[in-house]
Ligand binder design. Structure first.
Ligand SMILES: NC(=O)c1ccc[n+]([C@@H]2O[C@H](COP(=O)([O-])OP(=O)(O)OC[C@H]3O[C@@H](n4cnc5c(N)ncnc54)[C@H](OP(=O)(O)O)[C@@H]3O)[C@@H](O)[C@H]2O)c1
Length: 274
């Protein structure tokens, strides 16, 4: 698709931004659908974030994705923030409707879509999440709605306690794990720490708790050592590439109101994840 006078611009604000796969994924979808849209990477330093957000209005962008390190800081710069993004305290998608900027967080729903397409149900399950940063906040908002019990652990205990307290305001099935040894035998266990991004990272928990009936999810985008341990034990497992895909699909829908070609976006993502 050639850029013309009527091209609608979307993009992503991050710092750094060089490694983002989102432009490849979204531009391929726009081209495939014959939409006159374009998705650009914007390197925005933390001190420039307020001006960059104003530019969404001035330049009449359709909207943008927001990535590290701006997801939390951007919340206070928007006109409206939807309920899930408010709970999570972070925005990854902004929609510009006639100058009104609304913030969304599509990470949690993206994760749930990834479970769905793998025929994994969280209904009535005993679920443990390891790590309680931004990604865990997003997925716990949805998982806590379905789980019989949702337990959370983080090496930084106050951080875990903070998320547990926030979840307890809206749910009554939340538990804090004081040590990783309290993990028990969950039906679904989710690594929401960065462990596994590097080959020599330790495992986030002792894999001996994994049985063939356990579902192991890693939010890291690749086949981590943890997921290899799940394979060895005959346990179903998924990596974070599905969540990455579906958060993008949902952002696309928010901007255009149209369902994008998911399989094409997946192909582009998977062929570019290293
Ligand atoms: N698939 C996707 O679309 C998607 C989306 C978002 C994020 N992610 C991935 O999800 C992971 C987490 O991202 P995030 O943004 O939530 O990161 P984050 O904000 O840094 O949170 C990670 C949390 O895990 C804690 N942690 C580190 N090592 C731990 C351990 N051994 N045991 C328990 N907790 C530990 C960290 O504690 P400290 O702060 O004390 O180190 C931190 O609280 C990353 O790998 C990221 O790439 C994937």
């Amino acid at each position: 698709m050639d850029v013309s006078g009527t091209t609608k611009i979307t993009g992503i604000f991050g710092y750094p931004i060089d490694h983002t796969l989102s432009p490849l994924m979204h531009n391929a979808a726009f081209r495939e659908m014959g939409l006159n849209n374009c998705y650009m990477p914007f390197q925005v330093s933390p001190e420039d974030l307020p001006d960059a957000v104003k530019s969404i209005r001035c330049l009449n962008l359709l909207g943008v994705n927001i990535t590290i390190p701006h997801k939390e800081k951007v919340v206070s710069l928007l006109d409206e923030v939807n309920e899930e993004a408010q709970f999570i305290g972070a925005v990854n998608t902004i929609v510009n409707k006639e100058g009104i900027l609304t913030g969304y967080n599509t990470d949690g729903r993206g994760f749930m879509s990834s479970l769905d397409e793998n025929n994994i149900s969280a209904d009535g399950k005993n679920i443990v999440i390891i790590g309680t940063g931004g990604a865990a906040r997003a997925v716990s908002y949805y998982l806590s709605e379905k789980a019989s019990q949702l337990s959370l652990f983080d090496i930084t205990i106050p951080k875990a306690r903070n998320l547990v307290d926030d979840l307890k305001m809206i749910r009554n099935n939340i538990k804090l794990l004081e040590t990783i040894e309290d993990i028990g035998k969950p039906d679904i266990v989710i690594n929401a720490t960065p462990l596994g991004m590097k080959a020599d990272d330790p495992l986030p928990f002792n894999p001996d708790i994994i049985t063939p009936d356990t579902v192991v999810c890693d939010l890291v985008y690749k086949k981590t050592k943890l997921l290899q341990e799940a394979d060895k034990r005959g346990a179903k497992n998924i990596d974070g590439s599905g969540m990455l895909l579906w958060q993008g699909v949902l952002a696309f829908e928010l901007w255009t109101g149209i369902k994008p070609p998911v399989d094409l976006m997946r192909k582009i993502l998977l062929s570019n994840i290293s």
